[in-house]
Design a protein around this ligand. Structure first.
Ligand SMILES: [Zn+2]
Length: 328
């Protein structure tokens, strides 16, 4: 009875525990001692933190070392709520300074816009490392598109800007963004890396690849997906759509979707550092697009159609961060 009350009280915690339990069963993850890797551990009271409340502490029965599990916020000086709220606001269109202004209004201790920027990068990398491992169930056609960006190499204007590309590929059936890469150029080598990634994630599911008229696609798609000798044709048909980018020429709803992505990411600040941080920001956008934002056309998030993952909490950023760490 008491247990029942506790469960009712902490329904969200309970649901998260169930999710983690069922997922650890699948992936055979066990809690190990970080010191000696032993599995013989016991609970050992709670650790009280200033910003993150009470956290379960464990003790290793082999080497007696005490430890806490890293839920993604280990040693962070701000609360998970404040951090996930900032990341969410950023991907909904606020600038890092806009988020900072919001935090100053609602949280007693202010955080700088640089902290916000660092959280976006840190947690985008963390979550996408986890979501990249999810098995995908997609339709037959993927659409690949590239968007040009001018990245400032540094805050110092004299270093100038560099032309880069964001190349994304979307499954037309589930709307899942299969691949999203920020590339230095759109040469054959870069396109090849993107195609290899799509192949790694979808196996033999994709049969048609629709792209714009850019030359590098044709041979790369043939090379990466290969030729089927038995059937006497290439494994993936390249549907080269030269007028995919013409304004007002929306033959396919996905083209409109690409235009939305283009408009949304263009206003995103922060493309003024290394390639790797620009890539991390767009990885976060991929997470937002696939897992957070409900899409009108399919009336749910793409991940619900394309993966077996079940997210049950309202704060999906937090749930994804916890899952990324506990299922490492
Ligand atoms: Zn140990």
């Amino acid at each position: 009875m008491l247990l029942y009350k506790v469960i009712l009280h902490d329904r969200k915690v309970y649901i998260l525990l169930i999710t983690i339990y069922s997922m650890t069963k699948q992936s055979n993850t066990k809690i190990n001692c970080p010191n000696c890797k032993a599995e013989n551990i016991k609970k050992d009271g709670l650790r009280i933190t200033e910003n993150r409340g009470k956290i379960q502490r464990f003790k290793c029965r082999e080497c007696s070392k005490r430890f806490v599990l890293d839920d993604g916020f280990f040693r962070m000086r701000n609360s998970p709520l404040k951090i996930t709220q900032s990341v969410d606001l950023f991907y909904r269109g606020a600038s890092t300074r806009g988020v900072q202004g919001h935090l100053a209004m609602f949280f007693p201790h202010n955080a700088s816009n640089v902290s916000v920027y660092n959280w976006v990068i840190k947690y985008s990398k963390m979550i996408s490392k986890f979501t990249n491992k999810l098995k995908l169930r997609v339709g037959q056609e993927a659409q690949t598109d590239e968007i040009e960006y001018h990245r400032r190499k540094s805050d110092k204007a004299k270093l100038g800007a560099e032309k880069n590309f964001f190349i994304d590929s979307i499954d037309t059936e589930t709307r899942f963004m299969i691949s999203a890469e920020y590339m230095k150029t759109r040469s054959c080598r870069d396109i090849k890396a993107v195609m290899n990634r799509i192949k790694d994630r979808t196996g033999e599911q994709v049969k048609v690849m629709t792209t714009d008229g850019w030359n590098a696609y044709t041979n790369t798609i043939k090379k990466v997906f290969g030729y089927n000798n038995k059937l006497g044709k290439y494994n993936v048909f390249h549907n080269r759509n030269v007028c995919i980018k013409d304004e007002g020429n929306f033959n396919h709803p996905i083209e409109r979707l690409h235009n939305n992505i283009r408009a949304r990411t263009k206003t995103m600040r922060g493309f003024h550092g290394s390639i790797s941080s620009a890539n991390a920001i767009l990885k976060g956008f991929e997470v937002y697009y696939n897992f957070i934002n409900k899409q009108q056309a399919i009336k749910c998030c793409p991940y619900e159609l394309a993966t077996d993952l079940k997210l049950t909490q309202n704060n999906k950023w937090l749930e994804l961060i916890n899952l990324s760490n506990l299922l490492k």
